[in-house]
Design a protein around this ligand. Sequence first.
Ligand SMILES: *Cc1c(COP(=O)(O)O)cnc(C)c1O
Length: 407
Amino acid sequence: MSIETANVIPVSSEPDDAGHFGPYGGTYASETLMHALEELKEAYFRWRSDEEFMARLDADLAHYVGRPSPIYFAQRLTEAAGGARILLKREDLNHTGAHKINNTMGQGLLAQHMGKKRIIAETGAGQHGVASATVAARLGKQCAVYMGEVDIHRQAINVFRMRLLGAEVRPVTSGSKTLKDALNEAMRDWVTNIDDTYYIIGTVAGPHPYPLMVRDFNAVVGREARRQMLEQYEALPDVLVACVGGGSNALGLFHPFIGDAGVRMVGVEAAGEGLQTGRHAASLCAGRPGVLHGCRTYLMDDDAGQITHTHSVSAGLDYPGVGPEHAWLKDTGRAEYVGVTDEEALQSFHQLTRLEGILPALESSHAVAHGFKMAAGMRPDQIVLINLSGRGDKDVQTVAELEGISL
Ligand SMILES: *Cc1c(COP(=O)(O)O)cnc(C)c1O
């Protein structure tokens, strides 16, 4: 897309005071939690317009995280698709290997400024737990990470990583012993220890102000990408593509482009074994509105209103809800959402590795698969920018097992 046709003034999509994006978002929380959320909201709005705070965050993002991450022209992948140019935003090159550190660094500094000496987090696959434990080590804070017992067994390496970083990993044995139960335990801890404890949520979900705050901390991805596109290509991309679990890497990329009417935005959910099989994690493509984890959004539930089991080959996309801002972007039509199956994602994992020498996370492989499909149907003068949210080293074991290879 040429600059002339682009609206170059970034238009923000801020929620209302209570955190509503249209009919979504808000604060569905117990009275005990409201106090903690109010304190957090006040602190966030104060520090996000504080120059010194933002300068400290920018310095950490530059010298500790390694930003800016490049946009990389994937030439061989482009040739294979035979259509539009494919560019990758290289979030895999960040410290700890994914976009998650953008958010934990921001919230970690907020905890510091709020005078909290203890950080807690919940984690499913372990990636957010590792990013939180990393920042806690960096800032000299105590750290406890809640994790379902089932996930602890599935993600042994990340559990050990968190312990090496000095975090205490607390097994959760209630309910299904997975992410949603860990979330409930973390909330309980927070309410009990509100005076000295800061709770880092890892995606654009949860009660206000989390969806807004996590998006803002990840929006550095889109701000950089927009600037890099104009500097290096003198154009904006025609299409942005990103995978959607809770939706933080996607919103981080999309947000600064929301006012650019000519830039299409496509979020890719995990279609697992296929949308029609019910074995997937595609809340926007196949779910319906309801309330989950403190906000109104699209989710996956059964006729009795119980949250259903999700499935995806990539643990980071295996979540039965999605950030409320995505629900709004879907309903308004500003962004589109599609599903990519396990099998397609695995194919793209191998394809990118072999063609470009870049091993993508299985989450990111979903975005690569759809970006490739779109590029194939576009013109050579057009550009598809894919968010490569993380590196795939963590997934090597999973891929080997799926292919019957014992390491
Ligand atoms: C956690 C994770 C995701 C999914 O989370 P979002 O909030 O949807 O971005 C995607 N990619 C990678 C590499 C992750 O670690």
